[in-house]
Structures are given as C-alpha cells and as structure tokens.
Design a protein around this ligand. Structure first.
Ligand code: SF4
Length: 1533
C-alpha cells in the first residue's frame, strides 16, 4: 500500500487505468462536466505522473470524449498503433457501442464501466454485451474495483483480448488506500506489453477479426511461490478485506481446495512454450494466475466464481446485482438457524462463462440455487444468468443430483429491506415448488439524474434564434428539458425518437383539424362566434402566417364562449399554430450510430427540420483521428436529393442563419441545417468561439451555403454564402451539372474552388524560388551572402533589403528572403548567413520568423559547422520597464545567436543590438555593425560604391499619384490577389478606405499557404454624424451585402464598414454614394469628417452648428476627380454622376502633396464636450449670442492623440486657445489654420508631422499670427464657456421644440446582431418607421432624434421589443469606449473593442460593493498608441503594448480638458484588477464632494497632473513595483 486514500471505485479504477495505459479515453457527459473518473485522471496527468507500462516511460495521454459522440471510435486509432488503451465510462455507452465491441475483441483494451444509475444499477447493460466475446470482470466495492482494475489490465495484456471491468459505484463504501505499483509491476506482463507496443496493426477491417489474434506466450506469469504467508495458507476472501465478512459460522471458504490454480503448476509456467490462439482455458488460467499474484501481494483472494457460506449449505443465492455484500452481511447478522445453511455465489469472471468450474466451487450439499438478476427491463422470460446456470448445472452428465435453479428478479434493496427480501427468497427456495421469476425488492427506484444528457449552455445561441423566428410555432420534438416519463435522455435525444414523436405530433394535429371541423359544424358552442372563427381558421390551417394571425382571436373567443367544446379545444390550443417542427442534434449524429437516425428522417420525405450542431473545433479537426471521421450530414442530405440543406455558423453570419432557418421552415420536406459552434469546453468565451469559427469558415472547412433542390431555376439551387468551398462539396457540385451554371454566374468561384494549397506545394514553391535565384547568381563571382529577415513593422525587412543591395554592390552574391520563405534544409549548406530580426510582443519572433525559429530551435540534426553567421536584432530597451522583463529586449536576436552557435555555426561578427532608445534608434548600432560585417567578409575596401537610393516616402507617393489616382483602378481589376499595391494602400486612404487583413486568420492562412485574408475598411464622411432613416437602412444593407454584417459607429461620428473584399469594394462605394454619402477624405492626409456635439436637447443650436460643420467640411473637401473616376464609373468606364462631379484636377487648397498628416476638426457645444474638443487639430467651442442663437466659436488648435510607445518626441496634446471667430467666417479660419500647417508641417518625419508639433515648434503666438496674416484680420478674445462632461446623456430627452430624443447605449459603437441581442435588426425596424433623424455621437453611441409625441408610444414599444431601451449598465460601462483593434486593425498590438467589455465586467462587482455603480468614470482603451478612442483624455485608460498587455494611464480630466499620465507599463489583467479594485474602493470612501475620479487620483498623489502635451512624459513612474497597493503604500510622488 502507498499513501493516499481512495474514496470511490471510480477514483481507484482511474488511477490503475492511468498507470497501466498509454492512452486513456475519458468519457464525460459533456466536455465541461467531469466524470467520476476524470478528475483523478487529470490530477495524475497534470502532476506528470508516469505510467508503468507507457511506451518510453512517458506520461499517459488522456483523451476526453463526450459520452454521446460515439466514444469507442476513439479507441481504434491508438490501439492499432500499438498503444495500450483503456476507457473510463459509464454503462450508458455500452448498448450503442456493441458494433465496436465486436471489433475490439482482439485488442488488449480495458473498458472500465461504472454501472448506472449509480443508486440502482441496471445489469442488463452487461448481459446485453455478454455475447460480444469480450472478457467481463466484475467488482462490487472500492477495494474490489481497485484489485479487479489491476486484474483487468493484467488479463488484457496477457491475453491480448479486450476486457470490460464493470462495477457498481457504491456511495456508502469505505475509503481504501492506493495499491502499491509493485502489484501492477507483477500483474502486468511487461514483455507481452512491449511486444504489443512495438508492432502496429494495419487492419481497418469492419469485421470481428480486426486486431491481432493473440497467441499464448511462453511465459505466462512470473509468480514466485511462497513469497508470503498466504501462498500456502488459507485464502482470505476479498469480501473480508473490503469489510464484508464471509459466512458467520466460521467454516472455511470453499475455493480453498477447488478453484485456486495449483501453485506448483504456476511455479512451472515459465517453462510452458506454446504457440496457438488464446483459448478460453488460457483465459481462465491467466485469470487465476493474476488472482494469485494479487493474493500474494495483498492477501486478498479472488476466484472465477466465489462462494461464501457454510460447507454444508443446502441453498444458495447466486447474485448478479449490486447488493451481494448486503445479502452476505444480512445472513451473517441474522441470529438463529434461519440462514445458517444459506450460501452466496457470485461470478467474478462473468465472461467467458466457465460453468464447469462452478460445480467445483459450491458445496455438493446445495440442492437449490436462487438466481437474483438485477435487470430492470426484462426482454425475455428467463434471465440470461438463469439460463447460464441452467445450461451448466442441469444439462449433460452434471444433471444428476444437480441443484434446482430458481430465477428471481432483483429489485432495489436497502439495508432496511434486505432482511425481508432475503427471507422471501429463502422461503421461496425452500418451498416445495418454488415460484419462478419472483420479484424481490422494489422496482425502478430511485431514478438517477446525474448522468442525463444536457445541452451545453453555449449551444443556446441557435435555440434563441429558433425562438425568435418561430415563437409559439416552434415545436422541438427531442427537447432535453421536456419530461419523457420512463425514457432515458439518451434515447429521447436520438433522431429516431424525435422522428417518431414528430410523426405522432403531425397525426395529432391532423386529428385536431378534424375535430375543429366537426365542432365548427356542430352546435356545441354557446354562441356562433367561435364556429365562425374556426371556419375561417380551417381555410388557412396549413398556412403558418395566416393561421398564426388568427390564433389569438380564436383563443379569446373560445375563452369567452366557455362551453365544454371550447375548453376541449383550448386544452390543445398550441395545435392551432402550424408548427415549425424541429429536431435538434449534436455532432453525435454525424457518426455512424446517430447518422442512421438522420437517414430515417431524410428518407421519410416528411416536413421535418433538423438542426445539427457541430461543435468540433476546427483546430481539433486538423489533428483528428481518421477513424473518428464524421459524416458530412449536409453533403449526405444533398446527395439524397430531396432535402433543403444549409450550412451555417452563428459566429460568422447571423443573417445567414436567419435565412437558412426561415427557408428550412418554408421548405415542404426534410430540411437539414448543419450549424457550427466550435468549442473545447462548454464555458469557452464567445471570443474563442468566434475566432475558431472564423478560421473554419475562411479556410473552407465549414462553408456557409444553402441548397434548395426545388429552386425555381437551377442556378438558384445553391447559394454559397461564404467565400470558399470545401473539396467534397465542390466535387458534389461538379457532379451536379448545376455547378457549370454557378461558375458561369460567378466565375470567381472557379478560382476559389481549387484554391486549397497544401503545405507541400508551399515547400516546393520555396525551393523553386530559391533555385531560380541561385541560377541567376551563377554569373556573379563573389562569395555568397544569404540574408534572412523576420519583420513585423517593416524595419527589419528594410534593413535586410538595403544590406542585400549594398552586398551586391560589393560583388557578393546576395540573397534576401523572409525567414518563412527560406527552405530550411539548406541552412547547413550556407557559407555566409546574416539574420536580421525585430522583436515582437513579449520578446517573441515576428510572425514571418516563427516557424523558422521553431525549426531551428527544435532541430536535432542541423549541423552548421561550415556556416559563418551573424545576427542583427532590433528592439527597444525601455519597452519592458520592469527589471524582471528586461530579458525580452532583443530576445529573438539573442536567442538566434545562441542557438546557431550551439549548432556549430561560426560567428562572422558579434550580434548587433539595435535599440529604439539610442539617438538614431536602431540605426545607431546598425551603422557600427554593418562595416564590421563587410570587414569580416573582406569587402570593406571597395571603391566606387553607388549611393543608396532614397527611400520612397508618402510625400513621393502623393506627388506621383496624379491627384490620388496611383494605380488603384488597375489594382482593383487584378483578381490574382485580394490585396492592392503598397503605394495604392496609402492612396486609397484619401478615398476613405484602408486595406487590412483579418488577424484572427493570419496564422491559419499562412499554414495553408494562402495570402492573408485581405479586406477593406470603408469609412463614410458624415458631417456632424447626422443620418436620415433611409440612409440608416442603406448602411445596414451595405454591411449585410458587402461587409461583415456589422457596422461600427466611430469615435468621429461616422459609419465604418469592415471586411469588404476587394472585388466588392467598388460596388460598396457606389452603394454608399447612392445613399447620398461619400467616403472621400474620410482618411488620408486631408481634412476629415467634421464632428459636432449631438446635443439632443437644443435642436435649434444643433441645427446651426450642424450647418457650420457641413460648410467647413465642404469648404475643405479635396477637388480631385479621381474619386469619381475610380469608384463611381460603371463597368464600361462611363462616368456615373452620383453625387456631383468636379471639373478639373486642381487642388486649390491642398496642392499636389496635400497635407503633411491627417487633419481633424470638431465642434463642441457647451456644456457638453461629447466630441472631445481638445483632442483635434482644430476644436471649435460654440458660443451662444445674446439672442440664444449661435454667434461664433472659440478656436482651439493643435490637439492630437497619436503617439509612439517609448518615443518621448511624440506625445498627445490638448488644443491651444487662439481666440474667437464669428459664425459666418469660421470656415475661413479653419482653412487658414490648415494652410499654415500645410506649409509648415514636417514632411520629413511623419511621427512629427501633426499640427500639434508644428505649433509647439513655432510657439502658439507665432502660429496664431501666421493664421491671422492669412486671414488679414485678428481673432477676438476667447469668450467664456463651461463644460461639465464629455460623455453622452442616455435615455429620453425633450428639446425646446417639444421633440423627443433617445440616446441608445451602443457598446463601443458596434452595431451587430447576436442571438442574445438582435440590436441591428431592431434598429433597422426602428429606421423603417422613424420620421426624424439619427445622430451618431462622438462616444460611439446613437441618438434617435426628433420623435414626435404622437409616435412616441410606437417607438417605445419597438425599442422594448428589441431591448434597445435597456440602459441598466454601470456608470463605468456607460462612460467607456474602445477602438476597433483586433482583428482588423493592422496596427493593433492588443485587443480593445473585444476586451474592454470583459474587463469592465470584472470590475463591476467592486463598483457595486463600493456604491459606485451609477458613478460615471471615463475609461477608454485602444489597441495601440495611435489613440483612435482618444485614450489620453480619459480618467483611466489602457493602451495596448503587446497581446494581453497594456500601459495604464490615470488622471485625465472628466470633461476631456486634461491629459492623463502613464501610471504602469505593460501590465496584464491580473495587475490591472489589482490596481483598480482597491483604488475604486478608496475613491468611494475618500472622495470629496463631487470630486471626479481623475481629479481624485491626482489629489491623493497617485499620479501627477499633465499640464500640457510637452509634460506628458514627465514624472512618470517607469519602473513600478510589481504589486503596488495604493491604499497601503501611499502615493507615488
Ligand atoms: S487605436 Fe490603434 S489599434 Fe485602435 S483602431 Fe486605432 S490604430 Fe487600430
């Protein structure tokens, strides 16, 4: 025994299974619900415990499989590859696994099965598999379970046969100790195991001869004789050791002389050399031997049959159930003679059945045996064990004098009822003619709920959509929450069951219709009214919408009628609806067993809808075991030809799910909707599910499509709703001649269809590219120099390219490649190798160097003895300010250097470490490193080197673009790539669109050899964020048709679309123009969208400010005709006049080079600073005149947000006050400010090009005078004003004209539908009836503006219906905003929009506790320091630094008037929470009256105030302690 107690049989079994296997298949009810075995398995596995037989002594592998996902399928692949496999499961898997069990006979697999239900197990699950040919071993207590688990593994290894070890899980069992592994060492035949592990079994036959037919080996067991006192002494029955005593009269047990194998024979087993298939006698022999080993080591004795009781017994109970121990103890406890001659028999080894051995075990005196079988659902008159006994005892020569066998059905027995039950059995036995098939104990109690199947909560997404769509009409036949008396959940969840129940339901409705018909004709109602309504209904009973519309009326009339006839109909009122019939299944239906039910439904041709939810993650599929391959249910149904089929994924396209379900419902016949919802655990976060879904859909593993075999025209049969199609479908469609038409209609599919490149192809491409290049170099004479780079931002690549050019100029044969494009097998043949890498994230390699590094790092056979190498690394020594993080600085470069040296490489020169903190950044170190390299290569003194060509700058691109044309039009026509050229990428920004790629998919696509998933972000120009309802609907359409079905309301009050692919770009632009909007100058180095406070309560003032915003915007619009030419021409290149056209290409304001950088203007109307007036190049503060109207603006200039991490030359800045200008001249003031910037801004350094730096460089005074010079008049003194907040006011407000406005809370501006919240649909419905306008706010929210009183009620109802009126959020959430960041923004270093809501949820508990739930605290987050959500004006802000890590800023002004300051660098969630939680508590306790959080942080000394942009980097705590508790340690001064 070893330390550690075991509480349950499952724990004991799990441990033995783990120690004796290579692979344990742990079957669980669901992935997040552990089984009784799995926690032990996980504990051992996570502790790194090694198995005793595991190949190469490793840690056994645990594979978790869901109970309903055909778990035994998982056994074949490892078993066939020579792995010792065991399974831990409940008995509920056995029946459906019978086809597999036959195939497993010849594998040494052990299946440990705990019988269910645990309180009253049903042994019929065992008797049902008795004919499968498996060895069946039984145990009843925890101790027995542990011992028999050892025996099961011993037997499996020794015989090469599959063993099922079954046991009842008893809750009142006592704890035992872990068995010493010495026992395992002796019971498991290591040599036999190794023989099995060393060979692979190739057969994948369907038949029972799968596996290997085990032969007997020459060594059966190594049992030492007489090593302990038990070997030749009396046997201690296992029952004794497990607390159950043997017979009370002290007689010795019968097995002592009979069934135990002869010790002498065991001792000589080493000599037995045989070579023939294992026979059942061999199994008996091996079992006996292993039992003997157990006895020798533990003292506990086991036998094939076990008898306890007196030697002179005259009757015996043969128990096949969970209460053997109870009978034994009752017999022992009962005084007197009642049971003094009653014995108890059990079968330890139930199969093979060694009936002949039974007579050797039981005393000859026994004349009657009661067989007690715990079988709940009897299917035959005589129980299986009864027949077994009858066969062996009462046939053949044994018949004479053999005991009479009396069958009993064993019910539920408790210690209280055991005595009574025993008395009944014994009395029956002793009667002259015993009654056969007598029931003993209670029937069928209690039921077990522990192992029912439940639907994982995550799958509720699809249920919610069904509910939304069909409401009362929805009828789910196999819903798991419906009670189905007496039928197990496993059965009710099956398609067959659902199918049958739906047929019954259909019949019921038909009968109901007939009943209604009769009643409508009768006089059974009190009045005629119900009959009239019913007659109307009968005409439309099969039309779902018409009949549905009548139902409420009918129900009301029937209730009013009150007659018995009316009540009888009301009792079935659901049947008035033409129901939408659904069967819901999981991917268990995609395996053979479930699939047969699916087949039934499809073949029936009935109008039944099936929703099959597939939850296997795409990444898991990639590594999937071939023998677990699932059927493609969708493809199967398509092949059948009579079914509507759709493949959907709610996390990819919500709208497509809606379409598919509606079409399925409409289709008169079977419909199959296969729905994707990948997760590893049922509690996976939605973000994980979303990312996994995207990969699967993008790669074509899970294509989105709809197939209607009765489509009106052939070509309408198939709609491909995602971009790519998987191969199987492609083949199906090819077969189906409709494909040709599909391809004709959408020729781009043809390319997509065959667009799946394998990794091998990619390898070949690499090789070809390199070989071709080598050929090219053959003409050159100098030594070779291979330069490999890994680069995220382009600096490392730029350096590598330049080094390559310079090398070539020195006569070297240079080759420059990204590390990922280099065929790594050539590495050891290189002569001179230079590696240049930048540093990503937490000291990681950039994306295009990761695989290279992994291979180099893990390679064991790379020999670089003949390779000269050097490394240049780029990093930032201050990026990670904490001491413990310093090692991240230039880590990839340093790692490479060390590894290459370890592999034998010879250093050309020492590694160069470029540091962003050096005076010239990385160039400082580089300019010192490069000459050393040339020297080492002997090419340092070369004359006549050409000058490096100057780098192409944005300014060059603008000049060469011919007023923003570039080669955009040509690039759009190039269908070979989803991208456009680098210079066009700069130019399209001026047209309002950026090229991006989906970063969630980068790795996956790269591994598939595909270019990144390029798409475009399109930003509209929408002055002051006002849109009509018609425009809203058109924007909604555009997002559905061309984008990713969501819209982003931006921090600059406009619509932004993501995910528009290149070939849809032009159509999208045209659709936007048709909505009377434009995108020109929405991005780029021009004046962008002009913002304006949304101000719902002062409509007149707002109207005037809005007019000013439009005037400024139009005044500063670029004049180029390129926009119209590129985007708004039709396919014949004829110009389409959509929203006006310019005449000539001349930019009177901008000139050919436009502005040095972007330029932003905003208007704020006090007291609301909801547009962050201080954060823009020009901020205009509206000033009211004495007449209450807008008179003019105070003008701020030089605000701006974007900075670069750790570059102190960059900083955010609040605008400087220049003075006041009247309303009618304001556009001219803006123009002149812009012109001063145009002519004075820094065009050499884009990081220093914004107006804020121009102003700081020349001083506010000088700048102002330049503006006034251009104006030719002076700005007036700024007028007084007061702001009181920069957030929105949510809910209803009434303006001075009595019109109503409602501000919706749109978290982070994302307009999308989710099953929980169909917000986008709701807003669309509102837009359909709204007569006023929509106003987008600068905080990314939305105002429903100008609702008349008369429309108020209808609007309120609509809002309530879609839950858009919900404003029950914490003040923190209402005041938060985040930029887009991942997955589309190319600059994002960390999550933002997808993460901030999660972070806030984690803080809300503390806010609630501290009484701050309703307090507004402005919190903002961005994924990078570009600062799109204006983080530096928030009271608390987080700016992405690396994936999962943020810089934290505190102390911003609540009105957006003061910048915040860096408080902590690169902290992760845990630290964020550790800082903020106590800080919020402290704020709640110590704040002064009305004190804002940002001000509080400054007052208590947490942070210094930032007085102006230039002091942003001062007084920053750069190396804070890891865990800083502000409440304890006081202030950081
Ligand atoms: S702040 Fe940075 S990460 Fe966020 S959207 Fe702007 S550029 Fe992208």
């Amino acid at each position: 025994m070893v330390a550690g107690s075991v509480k349950t049989p499952e724990e004991a079994v799990a441990r033995i299974a783990y120690l004796s296997s290579d692979v344990v298949i742990s079957v669980q009810p669901t992935l997040s619900n552990a089984s009784a075995f799995s926690s032990k398995l996980e504990e051992l596995s996570s502790g790194g415990v090694k198995g005793t037989l595991t190949a190469s002594n490793g840690v056994p592998e645990i594979q978790t499989v869901r109970q309903n996902a055909d778990p035994l399928l998982s056994v074949f692949q490892p078993a066939r590859s020579g792995k010792l496999v065991s399974v831990t499961a409940t008995s509920s898997i056995l029946l459906s696994s019978i086809p597999h069990l036959y195939k497993l006979i010849n594998y040494p697999v052990v299946i440990h099965v705990s019988l269910q239900p645990s309180d009253f197990p049903d042994y019929s699950e065992i008797t049902s598999i008795r004919q499968t040919g498996l060895i069946l071993l039984q145990s009843e207590s925890t101790q027995e379970a542990q011992d028999m688990a050892v025996a099961a593994h011993g037997l499996a290894v020794k015989t090469g046969k599959a063993v099922v070890h079954f046991f009842a899980s008893s809750s009142d069992d006592s704890e035992i100790s872990n068995e010493d592994t010495v026992l395992l060492g002796r019971a498991l035949d290591r040599a036999a195991a190794r023989t099995y592990q060393s060979g692979k079994i190739v057969s994948t036959s369907l038949y029972a001869d799968d596996g290997v037919v085990a032969q007997t080996s020459n060594s059966i067991a190594s049992v030492a004789v007489g090593t302990n006192g038990h070997a030749s002494g009396l046997v201690t029955p296992a029952s004794e050791a497990s607390g159950i005593e043997p017979s009370s009269n002290g007689t010795s047990t019968a097995d002592e002389n009979s069934t135990r194998p002869s010790l002498t024979s065991i001792g000589s087993l080493h000599d037995a050399i045989e070579s023939r298939p294992i026979s059942s006698d061999d199994i008996h022999k091996h079992a006996s031997t292993i039992f003997e080993v157990i006895k020798q080591v533990t003292g506990r004795s086991y036998n094939v049959f076990e008898y306890t009781g007196p030697r002179n017994a005259d009757v015996a109970l043969f128990v096949f159930g969970s209460t053997t121990g109870l009978f034994r103890s009752t017999i022992k406890r009962t005084p007197g003679d009642d049971y003094s001659r009653v014995g108890v028999i059990t079968a330890r080894l139930y199969r093979p059945w060694f009936g002949t051995k039974l007579t050797e075990v039981i005393p000859k005196s026994i004349s009657k045996i009661a067989v007690l079988e715990q079988i709940k659902k009897k299917t035959t008159k005589w129980g299986p064990l009864f027949l077994d006994l009858l066969t062996c005892l009462r046939t053949g020569p044994a018949l004479k004098g053999a005991p009479v066998v009396v069958g009993h059905q064993l019910g539920f027995i408790t210690p209280d009822t055991a005595s009574q039950a025993l008395r009944g059995v014994v009395q029956n036995l002793k009667s002259e003619s015993p009654v056969q098939n007598l029931s003993v104990g209670l029937e069928g109690v209690p039921t077990d709920v522990g192992h029912s199947i439940s639907q994982p909560a995550i799958e509720a997404a699809y249920m919610k959509i069904l509910d939304q769509l069909f409401g009362k009409r929805l009828h789910i036949a196999n819903s798991l929450d419906k009670p189905n008396a007496g039928i197990s959940a496993t059965i009710t969840a099956s398609p067959e069951y659902g199918y049958g129940s739906l047929l019954a339901r259909m019949e019921r409705r038909q009968t109901f219709i007939e009943r209604v018909e009769n009643l409508a004709k009768s006089n059974d109602f009190t009045t005629r009214i119900p009959a009239e309504w019913l007659s109307k209904w009968l005409l439309v009973a099969d039309d779902e919408s018409k009949s549905g519309a009548l139902v409420p009326g009918i129900i009301m009339r029937l209730m009013v009628d009150g007659s018995p006839a009316a009540y009888s109909l009301l009792s079935d009122k659901d049947l008035f609806y033409k129901e939408s019939h659904w069967l819901i299944g999981s991917d268990a239906w995609s395996y053979d067993l479930g699939n047969s039910g699916v087949h039934h439904v499809i073949a029936s041709g009935k109008n039944i809808n099936m929703l099959v939810i597939d939850s296997q993650p795409y990444s898991e599929h990639a590594a999937a075991d071939a023998s677990r391959r699932k059927k493609d249910v969708g493809l199967y149904a398509m092949n059948f030809g009579n079914s509507f089929v759709a493949s959907v994924a709610v996390y990819s396209s919500y709208t497509q799910v809606l379409h598919a379900m509606l079409e399925a419902d409409k289709f008169d016949g079977p419909s199959v909707v296969v729905a994707y919802l990948p997760y590893n655990k049922e509690n996976d976060s939605p973000l994980t599910v979303l990312q996994e879904t995207k990969k699967a859909v993008d790669i074509g593993y899970w294509p989105l499509y709809r197939w209607n075999p009765r489509g009106e025209k052939d070509e309408k049969k198939f709609s491909l709703d995602s971009e790519r199609l998987k191969k199987e479908l492609q083949e199906f469609l090819k077969r189906d001649n409709h494909l040709s038409q599909l391809v004709k209609r959408n020729p781009q599919f043809a390319a997509n269809l065959s667009g799946s490149y394998g990794t091998e192809v990619r390898q070949q491409q690499k090789r070809k590219a390199k070989d071709a290049f080598n050929k090219l170099l053959e003409g050159l004479s100098g030594p070779p120099l291979t330069i490999l780079f890994a680069s995220d931002g382009g600096n490392a690549e730029g350096l590598a390219q330049r080094l390559g050019r310079r090398g070539k100029a020195r006569g070297l044969k240079t080759l420059v490649l990204a590390m990922e494009d280099y065929p790594i097998e050539d590495l050891s043949t290189e002569e001179n190798l230079v590696l240049i890498t930048s540093t990503a994230g937490q000291g990681e390699f950039p994306q295009n160097g990761r695989n290279f590094w992994e291979t180099v790092k893990n390679s064991t056979d790379l020999d670089l003895a003949t390779v000269n190498y050097t490394v240049f690394a780029l990093g930032d020594s201050h990026y990670w300010p904490r001491k413990e993080d310093k090692h991240y600085y230039n880590k990839p470069g340093k790692d490479l250097d060390k590894r290459l040296a370890d592999l034998g490489g010879r250093k050309l020169v020492d590694t160069g470490l470029g540091d962003d903190q050096d005076p010239d950044g990385y160039q400082t170190a580089y300019s010192e490193w490069e000459p050393r390299l040339w020297k080492a290569l002997g090419v340092d003194n070369v004359d006549g080197l050409p000058d490096d060509p100057p780098p192409i700058t944005n300014e060059d691109i603008k000049i060469a673009s011919n007023f923003l044309r570039g080669t955009i039009a040509e690039g759009l026509k190039d269908e070979s790539t989803g991208a456009i050229s680098a210079s066009d990428q700069q130019l399209t920004k001026f047209h309002g669109t950026y090229m991006q790629d989906d970063r969630d998919l980068r790795d996956e696509r790269k591994s598939q050899g595909l270019e990144p998933a390029y798409s475009f972000m399109i930003r509209c120009r929408l002055s002051s964020g006002v849109a009509t309802p018609e425009q809203w609907i058109k924007m909604d359409d555009i997002s559905n048709e061309f984008g990713n079905q969501t819209m982003k309301l931006t921090t600059r009050q406009t619509f932004q679309f993501h995910g528009v692919i290149k070939r849809k770009l032009k159509s999208t632009m045209q659709a936007i123009n048709r909505a009377l909007m434009t995108t020109i100058a929405a991005c780029g180095d021009v004046n962008r969208n002009v913002m304006c406070s949304s101000l719902p309560q002062h409509s007149a003032l707002h109207a005037q400010a809005h007019e000013a915003a439009i005037r400024i915007s139009n005044h500063l619009l670029p004049s180029t005709t390129a926009y119209h030419e590129i985007w708004l021409t039709d396919d014949d290149d004829k110009k389409v006049q959509v929203a006006g056209d310019a005449i000539v290409d001349h930019e009177p304001l901008y000139g050919p080079t436009y502005l040095p950088r972007k330029f932003k203007i905003t208007i704020a109307i006090p007291p609301h600073n909801d547009t962050d007036v201080y954060a823009h190049d020009i901020g205009l503060i509206a000033i009211k005149g004495g007449d209450g109207k807008l008179s003019g603006f105070n003008v701020l200039a030089g605000g701006g947000m974007g900075v670069t991490h750790n570059n102190k030359k960059t900083y955010p800045r609040t605008g400087s006050m220049l003075g006041y200008a009247p309303l009618d001249k304001i556009h001219l003031v803006c123009e002149k400010i812009m012109l001063v910037q145009r002519d004075n801004g820094d065009r050499n350094n884009r990081k220093h090009a914004r107006l804020k730096y121009t102003i700081d460089d020349m001083g506010v005074k000088v700048f102002k005078s330049k503006v006034e010079d251009l104006l030719t008049w002076k700005l007036e003194e700024a007028r007084p004003f007061k702001f009181h907040s920069n957030i929105d006011t949510f809910g209803w407000q009434v303006d001075e004209n009595g019109k109503n406005h409602f501000t919706f809370f749109i978290e982070n501006g994302r307009i999308e539908d989710t099953p929980e919240f169909p917000m986008k649909t709701g807003l669309r419905e509102i837009a359909k009836v709204h007569k006023g306008e929509f106003r987008l706010t600068g905080n990314q929210h939305l105002i429903l503006s100008s609702v008349e009183d008369a429309d108020l009620e209808g609007m309120r109802d609509l809002m309530a219906k879609y839950r858009l009126d919900n404003l029950q959020f914490s003040g923190l959430r209402l005041s938060s905003s985040a930029c887009v960041a991942f997955p589309t923004c190319g600059l994002a270093m960390a999550e933002s929009e997808r993460y901030l809501p999660i972070l806030i949820s984690k803080l809300e508990g503390v806010l609630e506790e501290s009484g701050l739930r309703h307090d507004s605290i402005v919190m903002r987050m961005t994924g990078c320091p570009n600062g799109c959500a204006r983080p530096w004006l928030a009271e608390v802000a987080f700016v992405g630094k690396a994936f999962g890590a943020y810089n934290m800023y505190l102390g911003g002004g609540y009105h957006g008037q003061r910048l915040n300051k860096l408080y902590r660098s690169s902290i992760k969630e845990e630290e964020i929470l550790e800082i903020l939680k106590p800080l919020f508590k402290r704020y709640a306790l110590e704040r002064q009256d009305g004190e804002r959080f940002g001000d509080f942080c400054i007052r208590i000394g947490m942070i210094k105030p930032t007085t102006e942009g230039k002091t942003f980097h001062d007084d920053v705590c750069v190396a804070p302690p890891l865990f800083f508790h502000p409440s304890k340690s006081g202030a950081h001064k």
